[in-house]
Design a protein around this ligand. Structure first.
Ligand SMILES: Nc1nc2c(ncn2[C@@H]2O[C@H](COP(=O)(O)OP(=O)(O)O)[C@@H](O)[C@H]2O)c(=O)[nH]1
Ligand SMILES: [Mg+2]
Length: 321
């Protein structure tokens, strides 16, 4: 693409001269006010672009760099509020042209709070995974278990998901693969006993049954169970949410599991969507830091500690780089 600069007394004047000189297909890249008037930067582009008029086109006001950011946000399913916030921040920073994307990435990255790594210390720490059904609680637990084992940690696995058919077997099969002790805890007392029996483990990973928003009672019971465990040993509650869930479902889940007092978020299924903005925006607004990003079913590979760059990539490219 060739870039040409065209001057005019005003923006309208510069645009009209640019159109006369370079035709209807020319792309307006940026404009700036100088002491002599207005200069517009024009690119010869093979693409057919609508030539913006001064009165109506946001592209002129925003510049193509900002328009590109807005288009990327729309593609990843960002809300109007978020898009408005980000583009107004770009405007406030006078970020334009090819620089706009870099500034947008920085602004998105700044919205991520990163939870600390699981504190594996002197006492066995308990790491519990809670959340709606089918979001990937058991899988994420197994991924973290696999990572801890590879780091030379001793782990024990406990499931409280004993009512549902297959709940025990699912975690049990992971325990077998990881060669880790495995306990089933149907009550708070049984969970306490499982924790006591795992005194020589560095980390005790606790799986829970998924709850629907209507299961308030079950959530409260689970909250009480985890609370009684926390009185004995350090406990971290990970709220697991799927990137494929709708904005409404995510908000409901956050509300439903709020009484459990989650400490951090694990975001799963980032490989299954190109529109992860709903879960990202929720992560950016909840007072909860993100502990893990998951992007696949491979237990040994698809668990990542989040970075600001990844968070920005998800907003601006729809996927982990
Ligand atoms: N593509 C993909 N699938 C996942 C991911 N995490 C979990 N799953 C799959 O989602 C399904 C439900 O996972 P599961 O761990 O049983 O969910 P739970 O009901 O919350 O325990 C299984 O088929 C998992 O393999 C992920 O990050 N990406
Ligand atoms: Mg499960």
């Amino acid at each position: 693409m060739h870039i040409h600069r065209v001057n005019g007394k005003s923006l309208r004047d510069a645009l009209e001269r640019a159109r006369a000189l370079h035709g209807e297909d020319a792309l307006v890249l940026s404009h700036e006010t100088t002491t002599f008037g207005v200069t517009v930067a024009i690119g010869d582009s093979p693409r057919k672009v609508e030539f913006p008029t001064v009165e109506r086109d946001v592209v002129v006001r925003q510049d193509p760099g900002r328009a590109d950011v807005a288009r990327r946000l729309a593609q990843c399913g960002a809300s109007e509020d978020f898009t408005r916030w980000l583009t107004s921040e770009l405007e406030a920073r006078d970020a334009r042209g090819i620089g706009a994307l870099d500034v947008a990435a920085e602004l998105c990255g700044d919205r991520l709070a990163i939870a600390p790594s699981p504190k594996v210390g002197q006492l066995p720490c308990v790491l519990a995974f809670v959340g709606p059904t089918g979001v990937g609680k058991t899988t994420t637990l197994a991924k973290l278990g696999s990572r801890l084992v590879r780091a030379g940690r001793r782990i024990a696995l406990v499931t409280t998901d004993a009512q549902r058919a297959g709940g025990i077997e699912h975690l049990g099969s992971h325990a077998k693969l990881l060669q880790a002790p495995f306990h089933v805890a149907r009550t708070g007392d049984e969970l306490a006993r499982a924790v006591e029996a795992s005194a020589n483990a560095d980390a005790i990973l606790v799986d829970t049954a998924g709850h629907s928003p209507r299961d308030r009672e079950l959530v409260e019971r689970l909250a009480a169970t985890l609370e009684s465990t926390e009185r004995r040993v350090p406990l971290t509650r990970y709220l697991v949410l799927s990137a494929t869930a709708s904005r409404a479902a995510l908000e409901t889940a956050a509300k439903t599991f709020q009484p459990l007092g989650p400490d951090a978020l694990a975001v799963t299924k980032l490989d299954e969507t190109r529109e992860p903005a709903a879960v990202l925006e929720l992560a950016a607004t909840l007072p909860l830091a993100v502990a893990f990003f998951c992007d696949g079913q491979d237990i040994a590979r698809d668990l990542h500690r989040p970075t600001r760059e990844q968070f920005a990539d998800l907003f601006l490219r729809g996927r982990l780089a």
